[in-house]
Write a protein that binds this ligand. Structure first.
Ligand code: HEC
Length: 97
């Protein structure tokens, strides 16, 4: 997987940028659980910087930022959030800002 990410980093980034709106709309999440989303955020969103609280951004900003953080994870060869994880974190942030 690491070597695939290294070789196709450019393509992966483009793919992620194009697919992220789809990810957001496609999964308007079944089985959403706020506590799980919060826990996931507290686990994954502190790996590069401090934990941002939901109130620091608007709904529209969170929609852009979380997929961008997936790109940052690609750049660091870190595993990215899947579609449901991405959607759940966005939803949690939007419901608590
Ligand atoms: C791979 C490292 C990494 C991870 C993991 C990560 N971030 Fe970030 N984050 C960054 C970097 C680098 C920046 C500054 C560049 C940028 O804004 O894209 C940043 C900036 C931010 C900002 C400020 C953006 C702005 O425009 O003011 C917010 C808010 C944020 N991250 C939230 C999150 C959330 C929520 C998660 C979890 C889904 C997360 N980050 C996970 C690397 C990461």
């Amino acid at each position: 997987m690491g070597i695939i990410i290294r070789r196709f980093k450019g393509e992966l980034l483009i793919l992620i940028v194009f697919l992220s709106p789809f990810f957001f709309f496609a999964g308007c999440s079944d089985n959403y659980n706020a506590l799980k989303a919060k826990a996931l955020m507290e686990e994954r969103c502190v790996q590069c910087h401090k934990l941002f609280t939901p109130d620091v951004k608007t709904d529209e900003q969170w929609e852009q930022i979380v997929p961008r953080m997936n790109q940052r994870m690609v750049e660091k060869n870190m595993p990215i959030l899947n579609m449901k994880e991405t959607n759940d974190i966005i939803r949690f942030l939007q419901e608590n800002n």
